[in-house]
Design a protein around this ligand. Structure first.
Ligand code: AHR
Length: 633
């Protein structure tokens, strides 16, 4: 009996192996080069961003000084420490009675009782888990200071190595008086080793009292923009060819409480007039990357802004009643749109010009709120309607995105969010196949396969790529999509949300396998979806076919999420393709394989030439994502 059972189960296993090899071995994909079925949305792939995981402060925004305005004072002034060299003596504390502006009414007070040129006293800042210093580099700094007497003398500013207190670059700030004044300085390194184990010291060589505020230090930034962004991160984002930037959130737009929302008017103008605010991700935002910086980020990477306006709901179930109570918030959104798009003759366009950007920005999409399905009061329908009517009355050309379906009015676009496991995406790549083409358009404003930490592993990249084939095939209705979250600082305490696309510390950064999948899909979009059929193939074989009509170039994206290779016989009909194809291949040996801050290049796309005929017998490796492009004669 036992022998019979074993024999039967062996037979079943053999059958299973044979049939799985069979399904794994051969698929046929027929591509009709002359039959476009729909247009690919030109804005399909974009970026979603918010202050989470130290995305801006300690991330994209290149500021090196952490807590530059001395917020957070429950265990000393966070990230600031006293320096007493030799026999120098001093103490430091937060002084709530003096600061350089109404927005920054507090300052760091340093009382030096003993110091001289060789025995200096002062403060140091640790940076965001260190300060990245490289050879032959110029750092631009500034600080606000006042003293009880000019006798305090000059301030020495130094970049200092943590390990041995070696000075890597230094400058002198002189002319400190009894009045608050901003001082600029420059630090220039020589042949120093690249490292992030460094800090900034500000010291004096005389007794006296010194107050400091808004201490800032920037490395060279992307396109040398003052108050700008990290070069390595901007280059990584640029490689994704994003069409839009959704900002400023996400939960960061809403805040935990209404008072903690993203108040755009407090994020513009000189830094000294920006108070910053607490973010729902449990740290204080400097707002150095404010509304205009978001817009300039768009300009730098040629993305269109997708502006999310605060809509009267914050995460701790606080909401503003629709009607008169909501009016000031609606007006605030109208002012914000005017700041973005208005000519310099308008009130808020003039403010933008004063802030340094006279040229208005082009805007098509405005999103009203974020994830308002979580507002348990059920007020969103009416809030959306109020915003919609007011915005359309002044800006009829704008497309107004709802964060959840509404009944009061027909929304132009609905924002759908998906945070899933790879298997869930594999089973749902047809999600939008049957969506009503006469209903609102779809913006998949946040989505990700959440497997891997801090960044997604290759299994997640397969889930992502499979999902993207589905969105791409339906991009007549899915007009925009953006992965989230985008950025994460890998240092302890840097991450509030697991599985983020791009990661970094102060010195280095890397793209996850999912990042490279995004780069591949974003680089080869095309403008038309081609008619095609797949016969056979394993259950985890996914594809989409698009064409760049002007170039007569067809892009096939094939995702093999199986653990075995998959033969795909690709047949081209309705046109003749040239022999010179191209293959961009991303693959790994395991779903757990990944990139890390120390091994950033484990999994990267490899490009090679591919010989093509009217048929292409392509063998898709196990666990692989590929873009094949072929040209028509
Ligand atoms: O992406 C992280 C968070 O997920 C966003 O802030 C929020 O919109 C969503 O719940």
């Amino acid at each position: 009996m036992l022998a019979k059972t074993i024999a039967r189960s062996v037979a079943i296993s053999i059958l299973f192996v044979v049939s799985s090899i069979a399904y794994g071995q051969q698929a046929t994909l027929t591509v009709h080069l002359d039959k476009p079925t729909a247009k690919v949305s030109p804005t399909l792939y974009g970026l979603m961003t918010e202050e989470i995981n130290y995305s801006y402060d300690g991330g994209l925004y290149a500021e090196m000084v952490r807590n530059r305005t001395f917020r957070g004072n429950w265990s000393g002034i966070l990230y600031w420490y006293l320096v007493e060299d030799g026999n120098a003596q001093a103490k430091m504390e937060l002084d709530k009675s003096t600061g350089p502006s109404a927005a920054l009414p507090e300052s760091l007070k340093l009382e030096v009782t003993q110091a001289d040129a060789q025995n200096q006293a002062g403060v140091l800042n640790q940076g965001y888990w260190g300060m990245a210093v490289t050879a032959n580099t110029t750092y631009s700094g500034s600080l606000y200071a006042r003293a009880d007497s000019p006798a305090i003398g000059s301030i020495t500013v130094k970049l200092v190595s943590n390990a041995d207190k070696k000075t890597l670059a230094s400058a002198t700030v002189s002319g400190v008086t009894t009045d608050w004044k901003q001082h600029q300085f420059t630090l220039r390194t020589g042949a120093v080793p690249a490292s992030s184990a460094n800090h900034l010291e500000l010291t004096v060589g005389h007794a006296g009292t010194l107050w400091l505020s808004l201490v800032s230090l920037f490395p060279p930034t992307y396109q040398n923009t003052p108050n700008g962004n990290r070069i390595d991160l901007m280059e990584k984002l640029a490689a994704m060819h994003p069409a839009f930037l959704r900002f400023p959130g996400g939960n960061y737009l809403e805040g935990d409480h209404i008072a903690d929302r993203f108040e755009w008017k407090k994020t513009i103008g000189p830094l000294v007039d920006r108070p910053g605010h607490p973010s729902p991700w449990r740290y204080y935002s400097s707002d150095g990357l404010g509304l205009l910086e978001f817009l300039e980020w768009c300009e730098d990477l040629k993305m269109q802004p997708l502006l999310a306006v605060y809509a009267g709901y914050s995460l701790a179930q606080e909401h503003v009643n629709p009607g008169p109570d909501l009016e000031p918030y609606v007006q605030d959104a109208l002012d914000e749109i005017e700041y973005v798009t208005g000519g310099t003759e308008t009130q808020w366009g003039a403010v933008r010009a004063k802030n340094g950007h006279p040229q208005p920005f082009k805007l098509t999409y405005v999103e009203v709120g974020n994830e308002d399905q979580f507002d348990r009061s059920g007020s969103y329908d009416a809030r959306y309607e109020q915003f919609y009517k007011a915005i359309k009355a002044k800006y009829p050309q704008l497309q107004i995105i709802a964060t959840t379906p509404v009944k009061s009015i027909r929304a132009d676009v609905i924002d759908d969010h998906f945070y899933r496991r790879a298997t869930e995406f594999f089973h749902d790549t047809t999600h939008y196949d049957k969506t009503d083409r006469n209903g609102p358009k779809i913006f998949v404003g946040e989505w990700a396969t959440r497997e891997g930490t801090p960044t997604p592993n290759f299994g997640a990249a397969l889930g992502d790529a499979a999902w993207m084939t589905g969105m791409e095939r339906n991009s007549d209705i899915v007009i925009m999509a953006s992965y989230a979250p985008l950025l994460v600082n890998v240092n302890p305490g840097g991450m509030q949300w697991e599985t983020d696309l791009i990661a970094y510390d102060a010195l280095r950064s890397y793209g996850s396998p999912s990042y490279y999948a995004q780069v591949m899909f974003g680089s080869y979009v095309g403008d038309a979806i081609l008619d095609s059929e797949l016969q056979s193939g394993g259950p985890k074989l996914f594809y989409s076919v698009t064409k760049d009509t002007a170039k007569k170039r067809t892009y096939l994206k094939v995702v093999n999420a199986e653990s075995v290779p998959q033969n795909v016989d690709i047949r081209f009909e309705g046109g003749t393709v040239t022999q010179n194809g191209k293959l961009i291949l991303l693959k790994a040996l395991s779903t757990e394989a990944t990139n890390t801050i120390d091994q950033p290049q484990n999994i990267v796309p490899i490009e090679s030439n591919l010989r093509v005929g009217s048929d292409l017998r392509y063998n898709a490796p196990a666990y692989s994502i590929q873009v094949i492009h072929v040209d028509e004669r």
